[in-house]
Design a protein around this ligand. Structure first.
Ligand code: 3MF
Ligand code: MG
Ligand code: MG
Length: 404
């Protein structure tokens, strides 16, 4: 059986805690972190790795996650950039020999450099497709060597600004082939982790192809990859797509592609991705409930894709924010476990669909059912369905009673 902590599997996101300097579109750096200031970029990257593992130890966190460009500086060529990533990965490998913190996933940053302004895999320029593929190959291999449990693809710029200059079908074909290349290479190198796509509807692109879980599923089926690739669901991405976080988890579970979570606050107020640490226990409990109903994580985890606000310039706030967020998730998990244990919610669902247990009803869903046979039965039995109560308020009140 699974232990409670198997349902949490917390991870620290390298980019927010150690690489992001506190800037936003209207203003620059606010944090003035000492490990971000100096002329020798590789020496700074090493100092940053020291700080990172110091925080992992303080938090006693089981996992971390990174992009190639968070951990090491970009070089003049891809070969130089890849060598920089490898140099830092070697430091990680040494630290991980004694640290308890493991790698939840690695990913390639295919969005920051201006070469990606029109996409990576879906770029009209085949040279960018090639460059992106080569960059992913390197990070996939590094992730494998570090014992990473997953590999994430977030297509932040795989989308369009205007349809007027876009060949949509061609871009979907490019994306499908790119995903297949990644999956083929995963098997070639013997990487046993899960490949995860992270859906997001927009930002930075006006419209992103990986819009939400259902859209990603359609794209995976089109590429023949629905059994190979799963999803990494982010709370604020779900709300940006007009869904609740728990909806996206439940949908992924129903489609058989639930993988992992980027945990933050599903804040619908701003209209953009604010990456705030979660503070709402009830919202988080509803998400945890769906994770438990889905059977929990296999290789996935709860990655805090969250950053302290740019006014929070004390490094200590990184500790406070993560500790508080872990506390919210742990409390939410206990509530979700009570919801499962008590069984009243599941009973309401079972009762609601109980009619489908009758053989004649089950037969309607069998492969050999037909409209003729069903219509004949409706006539023979004189079926006259009456509306049945769903009793939502009673169930919502019940959820309130589990909160503590
Ligand atoms: C953007 C994101 C990304 C992804 C990351 C890993 C920069 O809104 O959430 O973070 O999480 O690229 O896939
Ligand atoms: Mg994310
Ligand atoms: Mg995000």
């Amino acid at each position: 059986g699974k232990r409670m902590e198997d349902h949490l599997r917390f991870a620290v996101a390298y980019w927010h805690s150690f690489t992001w300097p506190g800037g936003d579109p209207f203003g620059g750096e606010t944090f003035l972190r000492p490990w971000m200031h100096g002329t020798d970029e590789l020496a700074l990257a090493r100092a940053k790795a020291d700080v990172a593992f110091e925080l992992f130890d303080i938090l006693d966190v089981p996992f971390f996650a990174f992009h190639d460009r968070d951990i090491a500086p970009e070089g003049k060529t891809l070969a130089e950039s890849n060598a920089n990533v490898r140099a830092i990965a070697e430091i990680f490998a040494r630290k991980m020999e004694t640290s308890k913190t493991k790698l939840l996933w690695g990913t390639a940053n295919l969005f920051s450099n201006r070469r990606f302004m029109s996409g990576a895999a879906t770029n009209p320029d085949p040279d960018v497709f090639a460059y992106s593929a080569a960059q992913v190959k390197n990070v996939l291999e590094v992730t494998h060597e570090l014992g990473g449990e997953n590999y994430v693809l977030w297509g932040g710029r795989e989308g369009y600004e205007t349809l007027l200059n876009t060949d949509l079908k061609r871009e979907l074909d490019q994306m499908g082939r790119f995903l297949n290349l990644v999956v083929e290479h995963k098997h070639k190198i013997g990487f046993k982790g899960t490949i995860l796509i992270e859906p997001k509807p927009q930002e930075p692109t006006k419209h992103q192809y990986d819009f939400d879980v259902s859209t990603v599923y359609g794209l995976l089926c089109r590429a023949g990859l629905e059994k190979e690739v799963k999803v990494n669901i982010e709370a604020n991405h779900a709300t940006l797509a007009g869904h609740s976080f728990e909806h996206e988890i439940a949908m992924a579970a129903a489609l058989g592609i639930f993988g992992s979570i980027d945990m933050n606050k599903g804040d619908a107020q701003s209209g953009w991705d604010t990456d705030q640490f979660p503070t709402n226990v009830e919202d988080t409990a509803l998400a945890m409930y769906e994770i438990l109903r889905a059977g929990g994580y296999t290789t996935g985890g709860t990655n805090f894709d969250a950053k302290v606000r740019r006014q929070s310039i004390e490094p200590e706030d990184l500790v406070i924010a993560h500790a508080a967020a872990m506390d919210v998730c742990a409390r939410a998990l206990l509530i979700a476990a009570d919801m499962i244990e008590d069984g009243a919610l599941q009973k309401a669902v079972d009762d609601r669909y109980a009619g489908w247990e009758a053989p004649a009803n089950k037969a309607m869903l069998a492969a050999d059912s037909s409209l003729d046979a069903i219509a004949a039965r409706v006539e023979a039995e004189g079926l006259d369905p009456q509306p049945r109560s769903g009793r939502q308020e009673r169930l919502e009140a019940l959820v309130g009673s589990y909160l503590r």
